[in-house]
Every structure is written in structure tokens, then in C-alpha cells.
Design a protein. Structure first.
Length: 85
């Protein structure tokens, strides 16, 4: 029985060559409604993978360039508890 994700993997595989395992891991993360941090050397296709996935699935694409001093609160914001209110 064919996997229903195979057409997506094939489509992205036309853009990202030789990375089927990474494509499948990316899809698994997306289906689990998780967050994905793609780490690798410069120039190996991290942004291209994310962009191809979004375009193939008809999703929006946004990119955050991380630096060593970037904290999650800088992206997600933070909540402050005020006991009086």
C-alpha cells in the first residue's frame, strides 16, 4: 500500500536532491504539529527545504535568522504575571 505522503516527498525531492530521509523527518514534524529547527553547514539547502515544503503544501513561508544571542522570547514574546490583576 503506497504512503499518502510519497507524492509530497517526490515533489520536494525534485528540488532537494539526495535528502529523502530529511524530507520525511520534516514532514513527520509538521504532521505532529511540532516546531523544527534545521541545523547544518551553510549552503546545504536548509532554507530551500523549508521553502519547498511550504510551497508544495500551499503554506506560508517565513524565515528567522538565528544568532547566538537570540532567545525564544525574542520571537514568541513573553507573558508577565501581575498578581493584582
Amino acid at each position: 500500500m503506497p504512503n499518502p505522503l510519497d507524492p509530497v516527498v517526490v515533489q520536494i525531492g525534485r528540488i532537494i536532491l539526495g535528502k529523502e530521509h530529511q524530507i520525511r523527518l520534516t514532514l513527520a514534524c509538521l504532521l505532529a504539529r511540532g516546531h523544527l529547527l534545521i541545523e547544518d553547514l551553510p549552503g546545504v539547502g536548509k532554507t530551500t527545504l523549508a521553502h519547498a515544503l511550504a510551497k508544495t503544501l500551499g503554506l506560508d513561508f517565513q524565515r528567522i535568522q538565528f544568532t547566538s544571542d537570540l532567545l525564544p522570547a525574542a520571537i514568541l514574546g513573553l507573558s508577565v504575571l501581575e498578581r493584582d490583576s
